[in-house]
Design a binder for this molecule. Structure first.
Ligand code: B1M
Length: 212
């Protein structure tokens, strides 16, 4: 559909004002939030990633694209979070130490909130101690770890190792996600769950709290 291409192209150009206008138009046209996200914003960001990888664009353009992504996400967010939903569990979420990528993590957090989870978002570049201490202090059901870099994904194991030494491993579940991680990697480091996107994280954690 034309509107999705327009959103994706405006995002690639880093035109945050146009992304906001087009996202608003798509919502006015009653297009589903998830479709605007997947076929417009995320599709555009995927092209940005490819262009960056092949040196067709450089870091400043990626930063502008990220700002444009947030311009769209800010409009979708209120529609993804239902008010007055009964809390079904508590998740501490954050991007791993050394990693500044937070768009995907924020999206996952919004979706978890929308599904009724209480989400404690620690932001990005979060050290293992902060994850573990917050989970203990707030009596969380799960810790959600996000990583976008092959150099930072290894830090997920540091969180799990610390959970073991603090004796909360197994009691508090660990769910990991982000472009470079996989189900195999999750198994390798001892994470309980892997989710490939926000919806999958919601389904996974909902199934866990239901069966507990
Ligand atoms: Co950077 N970056 N970046 N970047 N960046 C990538 C990740 C990269 C793949 C680009 C590329 O080369 N093609 C590459 C990593 C290569 C690698 O590690 N093998 C890369 C690099 C190299 C870098 C720098 C090192 C560049 C440099 O400085 N030379 C640098 C690192 C900075 C740092 O972190 N220390 C850097 C910086 C940046 C910006 C700051 C400019 C910006 C981030 C802005 C921000 O987040 N506020 C940025 C961006 C935007 C990207 C790309 C283009 C887009 C990421 C994104 O937001 N995608 C990215 C290329 C790509 O991924 N295609 C790239 C949209 C988002 C919705 O998807 O984050 O994958 P994603 O989240 C998904 C799933 O992964 C999953 O669900 C989400 C929703 O579907 N998911 C979870 C994520 N977390 C989850 C947690 C879960 C469950 C699911 O449970 C808890």
């Amino acid at each position: 559909m034309e509107i999705f291409n327009q959103i994706a192209e405006s995002l690639q150009k880093g035109d945050h004002e146009k992304v906001a206008i087009l996202t608003r138009k798509a919502l006015d046209d009653k297009i589903a939030v998830q479709q605007i996200l997947d076929d417009g914003l995320i599709a555009g960001m995927n092209v940005v990633g490819e262009d960056f990888k092949h040196h067709r664009i450089f870091l400043p353009s990626v930063l502008l694209a990220a700002r444009a992504m947030y311009a769209g996400m800010d409009l979708l967010k209120p529609l993804m979070i239902k008010e007055d939903v009964r809390t079904i569990g508590k998740v501490v979420i954050g991007t791993i130490k050394g990693d500044l990528h937070d768009i995907g993590k924020n999206l996952v957090g919004i979706m978890l909130k929308g599904a009724g989870f209480e989400v404690i978002d620690l932001g990005n570049d979060v050290p293992p101690e902060k994850f573990v201490q917050t989970a203990k202090d707030d009596n969380a059901d799960a810790i959600g770890l996000s990583a976008l870099l092959t150099t930072t994904m290894t830090g997920m194991k540091d969180v799990i190792d610390l959970m073991k030494s603090e004796d909360i491993y197994g009691k508090v579940k660990v769910i990991i996600g982000g472009a470079p991680v996989s189900r195999e990697f999750a198994e390798q480091i001892g994470a309980d769950f892997y989710a490939f996107d926000g919806m999958n994280a919601v389904e996974t954690l909902k199934a866990y709290v239901k069966d507990r």
